[in-house]
Design a binder for this molecule. Structure first.
Ligand code: IMP
Ligand code: MG
Length: 171
């Protein structure tokens, strides 16, 4: 597979630091729970938290919708959240990428059922051109073109998550 660098390590770090500062400013005096959407968002969540100066905690949720390069359209909840982890808390759902928008839309509705104090969404990459459902993330690190991307947590059939940069598959 031929992989080209799309966003290098330096660019990732710089932008993620900026985003962490912006979020900390927005939540000044409040506690936030970064809820990382497994598995793809793990690298992004960790780096975001390392740059985050405010009061925060981490949690995880896992859903799946993809096989290979294609979304199956149906979302399966694989690791759920607990009511006590959400109720009256400021939840920030952290995702690797928004594509059709189905995953985030599903997760926001899911979190809302447990009465959070607030719920916002934060994403590393946004492939706006591919949207099927209406969805706009609150925080976006990088808008990108319609490319299949891998690395920095993003996979192709579970592989290539370990690349330290975001790359795209050259056809
Ligand atoms: P959505 O529900 O269509 O917005 O899809 C979101 C999920 O699809 C992401 O969390 C990723 O796991 C996966 N995904 C979408 N595009 C890509 C890609 O280019 N590379 C790897 N995974 C992707
Ligand atoms: Mg994902």
């Amino acid at each position: 597979m031929n992989i080209e660098v799309l966003i290098n390590e330096k660019e990732l770090d710089k932008r993620i630091e900026e985003l962490a500062l912006q979020i900390a400013k927005d939540y000044e005096g409040e506690e936030v729970i970064f809820c990382s959407v497994l598995k793809g968002a793990i690298f992004f969540t960790v780096d975001l938290m390392k740059h985050y100066k405010g009061d925060c905690e981490i949690n995880f949720v896992r859903v799946s919708s993809y096989q290979g390069e294609n979304s199956t359209g149906t979302i399966t909840l694989k690791i759920p959240l607990k009511k006590e982890d959400i109720e009256n808390k400021n939840i920030i759902l952290v995702e690797d990428i928004v594509d059709t928008g189905r995953t985030f839309k599903y997760l926001v509705e899911y979190v809302k059922e447990f009465n959070p104090k607030s719920v916002k969404t934060c994403v590393l990459l946004d492939k706006k051109a591919r949207r099927v459902v209406e969805f706009e993330p609150d925080y976006t690190a990088f808008p990108i073109d319609d490319l299949f991307v891998v690395g920095y947590g993003l996979d192709y059939d579970e592989k290539l998550r370990n690349l330290p940069f975001v790359g795209y598959v050259k056809k």
